[in-house]
Write a protein that binds this ligand. Structure first.
Ligand code: DAT
Ligand code: MG
Length: 140
């Protein structure tokens, strides 16, 4: 299995509750290395651009508004099979369906306010990393 990189976002519901350290510990305990990280406050337009793939879905405007409602922490995680491993650590989109011990089971408030984003495939990971970071900011 190859070393991969994936884009992670600690969402406003989690930064509001000061959970960044607890969430980062979950990544590190799973063997994922945080090789880039910054705290930013997205505009609704930037959130809309990031989530453009969902623009036809009924929750799109709610999602963009939520993502711009408070600061987020964007980060690049690196490790063996990092994309799938991060999705495992995150848990299911809806916390009601998330496994015990996952970030969303422990911390998410609802399907919308679900604490973390993680890329879902190598192509989207590459696009999403490039959306937020320059190559110089990735320190593996
Ligand atoms: P994931 O974040 O697990 O990759 P997704 O890509 O299907 O899930 O959706 C992106 C985000 O959109 C998700 O994290 C929260 C929001 N969302 C998804 N389904 C939703 C729903 N039924 N109601 C409200 N928000 C939803
Ligand atoms: Mg997704």
């Amino acid at each position: 299995m190859a070393t991969e990189r994936t884009l992670s976002i600690i969402k406003p519901d989690a930064t509001n509750r000061n959970l960044t350290g607890k969430i980062n510990a979950k990544f590190e305990d799973a063997g994922l290395r945080i090789i880039a990280q910054k705290r930013i406050h997205l505009t609704p337009a930037q959130a809309g651009q990031f989530y453009e793939v969902h623009k036809e879905r009924p929750f799109y405007s709610e999602l963009c508004e939520f993502m711009a409602s408070a600061p987020v922490v964007v980060q690049v995680l690196e490790g063996e099979n990092a994309i799938a491993k991060n999705r495992e650590v995150m848990g299911a989109t809806n916390p009601a369906n998330a496994d015990e011990g996952t970030i969303r089971k422990e911390f998410a408030l609802s399907v919308g306010e679900n604490s973390v984003h993680g890329s879902d495939a190598p192509e989207t990971a590459a696009q999403e990393i490039a959306f937020f970071f320059s190559g110089l900011e990735l320190v593996g």
